[in-house]
Design a protein around this ligand. Structure first.
Ligand code: ATP
Ligand code: MG
Length: 520
């Protein structure tokens, strides 16, 4: 009995040995050896990819962010409570990504694409990795279509084209977010999909943006990707990449997209926090060495595709917050060099009531000129240089008592233009209204209007032209170009209007009637 048993066992062992296939398998499951501050170190996973999603036993997910010789560093997408030493971690072999689709329009989502507006599930039509390579040179074409912000001081002097990256930079509370939201409002009916990305913003700021967009019926064509200051640094870090993946989904269908990153300073700070926790060596201003790559690989994904690729575009409005106007700090200089120009907002202008507080001297748009409509280009003319001269002269003549008439006229003209450039929030101007305003301004029609009345008279004249001379606005909208005859017509009509409204002028108007923003 026993002998038979032994031969059976031997034969089994023999067949086992004969059929033994030596497979070297990567270990796909590891163990937590350290956890803290949203960072986990895992031992035992051999071949994780950078950016791969891993899952913990308790369901929490994370992303591989650091690959070292014997261990990997993971940033968590959830809270680290419940994760402990020795816990099992498994690879998913999937790169971090977000669900994308048309159904996301009108919704507020987090950096992982999950709805956070309480309006239920979103049916996705695809899944895109968070990180994608930027379109190559051959797949691009130069910008040639304007992306109108509806803000006179920007559209006239620093025009933005579809596919351009224009930085909005300024100290805190200088109207940066407002420029972005105004631009989104102005895209109504212009076939542009807008994505607002909040990075490390206060939840109240995000709520305000949602509220503004809802009030102006702008949510239908917008998506809000929100990572607030209370979200883990990992989510703040991936939010702009995720939002860009969403934008790419639309761009590759040939659509135009506008994306706002509010703001990249906080993005860099989130990345710095992650990197320091992952024990990467800190460099200048304690940012890790690859911080430039952080923003360049993000903004390079915003482009105007060639017609062969469908001709879609992503226009980016990244926002950077400076400290006491210091544009020469590390992160601002990085992003200035990556983008195609910047709108520089200045606190002193903002507090003096010049809002939007665009600093004409330091702002620039390097490529947008090619996309400006002919009408706008012609009527804006030399306004930028005029203003620069005015600002200089204003300083020089501050204490001078007797000025010659020419200087006085130049000062009056400059002051009138500055006044005309004031524009309250959420009141975008159409292209033809901007052109009309510029034509009237360059013909000096506002130069002898008392300063406090200028905004009011501007409103009255634009209303008058839009009601009594409808064809002028129509021709401008249609042809997007302006002839000398049309200029004459505008000037003539405006002078007529001025005569009409003149009787009202002697009455001292109360300050609150002025359409411009209240003086602080
Ligand atoms: P933060 O640094 O807090 O992000 P910000 O630079 O984004 O601020 P906003 O939040 O856009 O600035 O604006 C600050 C305040 O200024 C808001 O109350 C806004 O309504 C007001 N404001 C912005 N632009 C204008 C404007 N053109 N006219 C009048 N008020 C404005
Ligand atoms: Mg803001």
């Amino acid at each position: 009995m026993g002998a038979i048993d032994a031969t059976e066992i031997i034969s089994i062992i023999k067949s086992e040995i004969e059929n033994f296939d030596k497979v070297v398998e990567d270990r796909e499951v590891g163990e937590v050896i350290f956890v803290g501050d949203g960072i986990v170190t895992v031992y035992g996973i051999d071949h994780a990819m950078y950016g791969e999603v891993v899952q913990f036993e308790n369901g929490v997910k994370g992303m591989v962010q650091d690959i070292r010789e014997n261990e990997i560093g993971i940033i968590l997408f959830g809270r680290d409570i419940g994760i402990h030493e020795g816990m099992k971690v498994a690879r998913t072999k999937k790169k971090a990504g977000i669900p994308v689709g048309d159904a996301f329009l009108g919704r507020v989502i987090n950096a992982l694409g999950e709805p956070i507006d309480g309006k239920g599930e979103i049916k996705e039509s695809g899944y895109r990795p968070v990180e994608n390579p930027a379109p190559g040179i051959v797949d691009r074409q130069p910008v040639d279509t304007p992306l109108e912000t509806g803000i006179l001081s920007i559209d006239s002097m620093f025009p933005i084209g579809r596919g351009q990256r224009e930085l909005i930079i300024g100290d805190r509370q200088t109207g940066k977010t407002s420029i972005a939201t105004d631009t989104i409002l102005n895209q109504k009916g212009k076939d542009v999909i807008c994505i607002y990305t909040a990075i490390g913003q206060k939840a109240s700021t995000v709520a305000r943006v949602v509220d503004i967009l809802q009030k102006h019926d702008a949510m239908d064509y917008s998506i809000i990707v929100s990572s607030t200051a209370s979200d883990p640094a990992s989510l703040q870090y991936i939010a702009p990449y995720a939002a860009t993946s969403m934008a790419e989904y639309f761009m590759h269908q040939g659509k135009d997209v506008l994306i706002v990153y509010d703001d990249l300073s906080k993005h860099a700070v989130a990345y710095r926090a992650i990197s320091l926790l992952l024990e990467r060596p800190p460099g200048r201003e304690a940012y890790p060495g690859d911080v430039f790559y952080l923003h360049s690989r993000l903004l390079e994904r915003c482009a105007r595709l060639s017609d062969k690729e469908g001709g879609g575009s992503i226009t980016a409005l990244p926002i950077i917050e400076t400290q006491s106007g210091d544009v020469s700090a590390y992160i601002p200089t990085n992003v200035i060099s990556i983008t195609d120009g910047q709108i520089y907002l200045e606190s002193s202008l903002f507090y003096s009531g010049q809002r939007p507080a665009v600093n004409v001297g330091l702002s620039v748009s390097r490529v947008g000129g090619a996309a400006q409509t002919k009408a706008m280009k012609k009527s804006a003319g030399s306004i930028r240089i005029d203003l620069a001269q005015y600002r200089e002269m204003e300083v020089f003549t501050q204490f001078a008592s007797d000025l010659d008439d020419e200087t006085k006229a130049q000062l009056a003209h400059g002051a009138a233009v500055m006044e005309l450039l004031k524009q309250p929030v959420s009141s975008p101007m159409s292209m033809h209204q901007q052109v009309m305003t510029l034509v009237m301004a360059t013909h000096g029609l506002f130069d002898d209007v008392p300063k406090a009345n200028i905004k009011k008279v501007q409103g009255q004249l634009l209303d008058y032209l839009d009601t009594s001379y409808v064809q002028i606005g129509m021709e401008l909208d249609e042809k997007k170009a302006i002839t000398d005859e049309l200029v004459d017509q505008i000037v003539k009509a405006a002078k007529e209007g001025l005569e009409r409204f003149r009787p009202e002028e002697p009455k001292k108007e109360a300050a609150k009637d002025v359409a411009g923003p209240a003086q602080p």
